[in-house]
Design a binder for this molecule. Structure first.
Ligand SMILES: [Zn+2]
Length: 429
């Protein structure tokens, strides 16, 4: 059956209806639309969950999330691997820290869950190689490429909460990876990173590292946590290079930053539909991405609603790359707190907005947890009065009464936990 790119182009185009979601270059979109159409025709029917939807356009397929996939894990992969089988392999690998076992010849990855159940995913060797290639191609800045040309190998330190043989794919004679296991104290890794060229890790870890060792890397890349402006500034001041960013999830490599500090979505591989978060007319530029990866054929990622909030960017990026970009990855959906508005509706307090307000109180660090009507706050280097004033001003700007604030002791956080300064433990009823 021949491709029908025109029909699919229309379907793809229709999902980009929002005016901020500007179309990319026409050739770029047409090529992606063909790849997506081929994926839907050839690969979608291989997963039993999609049996009732064969032949339907993307827009008619159900939007799924982590809970949907975990509830019918076997239905979303072409081998019918069950969640129990995948979890057994992943847990054994975590326990022994031997990340070579596979099931049906497929690698099982386990993402560090910040709350609830961890994410589990299956990838084939081919998908791993493609992921590694995309990552390397997008990450290696000219300065790093010069090192490869002049005196390979390029030394890359990866700070990770959980290893997987996903990362072992990356090693080669030109690039040497040093895996720094975050279940070990950070001090133990200082010797291993003393001569590295590229540092990759969660921003809270990279920032902590600046207090332990003076380094002169050619590239510093934040991953796995939201890159907050204060961390980026501290890391840049210490290491003298701009902090780059990769946006990645169990759902694959979703974006990388550019010199203009936007995050370019990985549209060569994934199709992203924005689900706009309208905040009572106060806000229309934040969205939750719904992702379809048309290159993954082992475990299908089709209209998968991520748990992230992104900040849209206006127009094409000045850096000149084709495709869509966002200004920032703001955090997870449950980093969005809520306040009772003047009417019965609630007003969302987005994490970037709250971070901005907190910055005026100038704490060295803080945690904010919403428990219904009450926001519990832990502070280092600022007073509760300063914070109360800033949050009061913020609530006023949002036309909402301020939340009830309580101080709480500094929460216990394991080194392997993702740092989350703002968290909605329980929202308003
Ligand atoms: Zn750009």
């Amino acid at each position: 059956m021949p491709d029908s790119p025109s029909t699919e182009s229309i379907a793809v185009g229709a999902t980009f209806a929002h005016d901020r979601w500007l179309p990319g270059q026409r050739w770029y979109d047409a090529r992606r639309a063909r790849a997506l159409a081929r994926f839907l025709r050839r690969d979608l029917p291989r997963a039993s969950f999609y049996a009732p939807y064969v032949g339907r356009p993307l827009a008619e397929l159900p939007v799924v999330d982590k809970a949907t996939v975990l509830a019918d894990f076997a239905g979303f992969n072409r081998y019918g691997v069950t969640l129990e089988q995948a979890m057994d392999v992943a847990r054994e690998a975590e326990r022994t820290r031997d990340f070579t076992p596979t099931v049906h010849g497929v690698t099982v990855g386990l993402s560090s869950g910040t709350s609830g159940r961890p994410g589990v995913f299956l990838v084939s060797d081919r998908e791993r190689r493609r992921w590694a290639g995309a990552l390397m191609a997008q990450l290696l800045a000219p300065a790093s490429l010069r090192i490869v040309a002049r005196r390979a190998p390029l030394k890359v330190a990866l700070f990770l909460r959980a290893n997987s043989n996903l990362y072992e794919t990356l090693g080669s004679s030109r690039v040497e990876f040093r895996y720094c296991d975050l279940t070990r104290p950070l001090e133990e890794h200082v010797a291993a990173v003393s001569d590295v060229d590229v540092l990759v890790g969660p921003p809270s870890v990279l920032r902590q590292l600046t207090t332990l060792v003076a380094l002169r890397p050619t590239q510093v890349i934040a991953a796995a946590e939201t890159l907050e402006p204060d961390d980026a500034a501290a890391i840049e001041a210490a290491y003298g290079v701009p902090v780059e960013q990769i946006y990645q999830a169990t759902e694959g490599l979703l974006g990388v930053s550019c010199p203009e500090r936007r995050v370019h979505l990985n549209e060569g591989y994934v199709h992203i539909e924005p689900q706009w978060l309208d905040n009572q007319g106060l806000d229309d530029e934040r969205f939750v991405p719904i992702v379809t990866d048309f290159t993954r054929t082992t475990q299908l990622v089709v209209r998968y609603r991520l748990d992230d909030v992104l900040l849209a960017a206006d127009g094409p990026c000045p850096c000149g790359r084709p495709g869509r970009s966002v200004r920032a990855v703001l955090g997870r959906c449950d980093d969005v707190l809520d306040l009772r508005g003047t009417d019965v509706q609630t007003v969302s307090v987005f994490p970037d907005v709250l971070r901005h307000a907190m910055a005026f109180a100038r704490p060295n660090d803080y945690r904010v947890e919403q428990h219904g009507e009450i926001w519990r706050i832990a502070l280092r280097g600022a007073t509760a009065e300063q914070v109360e004033r800033e949050i009061g001003d913020l609530a006023e700007r949002l036309h909402a009464p301020p939340p009830k604030l309580e101080t709480m002791p500094w929460p216990v956080e394991a080194a392997t936990d993702k740092r989350r300064r703002i968290r909605r433990v329980r929202g308003l009823d």
